[in-house]
Write a new protein. Structure first.
Length: 122
């Protein structure tokens, strides 16, 4: 066994099931925050493009994002891994569905707007 294996085994021997679950909760919450911020700013960019094209704002997607952010708070209070991972999958599913839906629905306007930006610089 080389030294890296020994180091990893030593680090891993200190993890209890509770410590692992706590670290998993922290990681899940941080990923959820990061995804929420990513989706929020993507929706903001899309909303600005809509306003530039004199269309009304997109609001219902923000409501779904708010629901996913509220559900993220419940990750702290999960008692076992099954509930945690089910809730986490639901949260990420909502967030990625918003992204996918927005990209598919708004692809022409987004691409047209970014094409205009690029062509202006040339």
């Amino acid at each position: 066994m080389n030294s890296i294996d020994a180091i990893l085994l030593h680090i891993g021997s200190g993890f209890s099931r509770d410590a692992y679950f706590l670290l998993t909760k922290i990681q899940g919450i941080l990923w959820s925050i990061a995804n929420t911020v990513l989706v929020f700013y993507f929706l903001k960019i899309t909303g600005l493009i809509w306003m530039h094209n004199h269309r009304k704002q997109i609001r219902y997607r923000y409501y779904f994002l708010l629901v996913s952010a509220i559900l993220s708070l419940f990750l702290l209070f999960t008692e076992n891994g099954t509930i945690f991972f089910s809730l986490e999958a639901s949260i990420y599913g909502i967030q990625y569905t918003i992204l996918l839906y927005t990209m598919i629905l708004e692809r022409k306007e987004l691409m047209h707007h970014f094409r205009e930006i690029v062509s202006e610089k040339e």
